[in-house]
Write a protein that binds this ligand. Structure first.
Ligand code: EZ4
Ligand code: CO
Length: 401
């Protein structure tokens, strides 16, 4: 079944999405090529360097195409390359599953579970408001909720929604500047979780994202401080380019650790996995070479009792969420899936068929991923350049955002 055509599609229903559509005479498949704040780099990589290699290739040779694009480029890894490769890969899985008339999870080994547990994102300007927001998620049936809030002296820190349920940190124009202060954070974070446990009881699973703000030693102290509140995980406690940095954290605390949303290859995470320095891998299917590569990461992680918990923000499209849900339905060492609802305008374009019920997602049994792309709806929204914020300390020093 030969690939006859490929299109890179841009739309911006409130935020930017890049989608790859690959076609054969009888079927089509979709991949998510969105890299927040760097969208056109991936679009150009695909249009100028990858699509000319794909037309005429056998769409069923997914693994061979993956290796040709990975090894054949000579220049390996990196977020732009691996997002482009991920879009091709996921589009090919979608296309092949459609051609064979089965859902993608069947090609990944078949069902390992009935449904995929997800966690929601609660946030608030203050600890009180954020804990109330968790309670709303519990009422909606969620069993796991991420808890972030603004603190005194840190009003606009990472993870605090600006007004409604649709959290979106990127903004048009020059990057917004957010302030960071480690002392303010480390002195106010424990009372937040103490309040949460007092109000919500012991059972609800609570997650927290540090978003790369601490050093390994500060993170070790934080992990210890939060042990009484039984977190499901502490995410991105320190920047993880240096995987060995996690040895310090791991040796000091039993708080579970999750890492990896900015990773794009197994070589970013292999030390963390093989030394059992973390509990959950957070890599995104879209940013990590697609399902072909993520299955390899999952298999390595399984050997070391590390579980998969794919990044699933709204700055990736429903195509990526559907791919993550098929992955979560099929792999053995699934942990949890991040879920933030997409806007109605976004869902109108992608018409996803997955469903949320009682804090779990169900993929449909439609052939392929169960998402589509409505060109007419998409064309209403023009691409608008936007950047993620930059964090600075009180004295003006740039800090990890
Ligand atoms: O900040 O996807 O766990 N989720 C996150 C996300 C990331 C955004 C960056 O584009 O940390 O909200
Ligand atoms: Co995160």
């Amino acid at each position: 079944m030969k690939i006859t055509d490929g299109n890179v599609l841009l739309t911006s229903p409130g935020r930017n999405f890049v989608t790859l559509r690959l076609q054969t005479d009888d079927a089509w498949g979709l991949g998510d090529a969105t890299l927040n704040g760097r969208e056109l780099a991936v679009a150009s990589y695909l249009e100028n360097h990858v699509l000319p290699l794909l037309v005429g290739r056998d769409a069923f040779q997914i693994d061979d195409i993956w290796h040709e694009l990975y090894k054949g480029a000579y220049w390996r890894r990196g977020p732009v390359t691996m997002t482009a490769l991920g879009a091709v890969d996921v589009a090919l899985w979608d296309l092949k599953a459609k051609a064979l008339g089965v859902p993608v999870y069947e090609l990944l080994g078949g069902r390992a579970r009935e449904r995929v547990r997800v966690y929601g994102h609660a946030s608030g300007a203050t600890p009180e408001a954020a804990v109330e927001s968790v309670a709303r998620f519990v009422e909606m049936g969620y069993t796991a909720v991420r808890l972030q809030c603004g603190f005194e002296g840190l009003p606009d820190t990472y993870g605090v929604g600006r007004g409604d349920l649709y959290y979106e940190p990127a903004s048009p124009g020059r990057p917004r500047v957010e302030t960071w202060d480690t002392t303010e954070y480390l002195t106010q974070i424990e009372p937040l979780f103490a309040l949460a446990r007092r109000e919500l009881g012991p059972k609800i699973e609570l997650l927290h994202d540090v978003h790369h703000r601490l050093t390994p030693n500060e993170a070790a102290r934080l992990g210890r401080l939060l042990e009484p509140y039984r977190l499901f995980w502490l995410e991105d406690a320190t920047p993880a380019e240096l995987q060995e940095g996690f040895r310090r954290i791991r040796s000091q605390t039993t708080t579970p650790l999750a890492v990896g949303e900015v990773f794009n290859s197994v070589y970013d995470v292999h030390t963390l996995i093989t030394e059992q320095l973390i509990d959950y891998v957070r890599m995104a299917v879209a940013h990590s070479g697609g399902l072909t590569h993520m299955v390899r990461v999952a298999h390595l992680a399984e050997l070391f009792q590390v579980r998969m918990a794919c990044h699933g923000p709204t700055d990736l499209s429903p195509v990526n969420l559907a791919a993550s849900l098929h992955f979560g339905t099929a792999i053995h060492n699934f942990g949890i899936q991040e879920y933030m609802r997409h806007s109605p305008e976004t869902d109108e374009i992608f018409t996803p068929t997955y469903e949320l019920q009682d804090g779990h997602m169900y993929v449909s049994d439609d052939a392929g991923l169960g998402v589509s792309y409505d060109d007419q709806s998409a064309e209403q929204y023009e691409y608008t350049p936007a950047y993620l914020p930059v964090a600075r300390l009180g004295d003006g020093t740039v800090h990890s955002w």
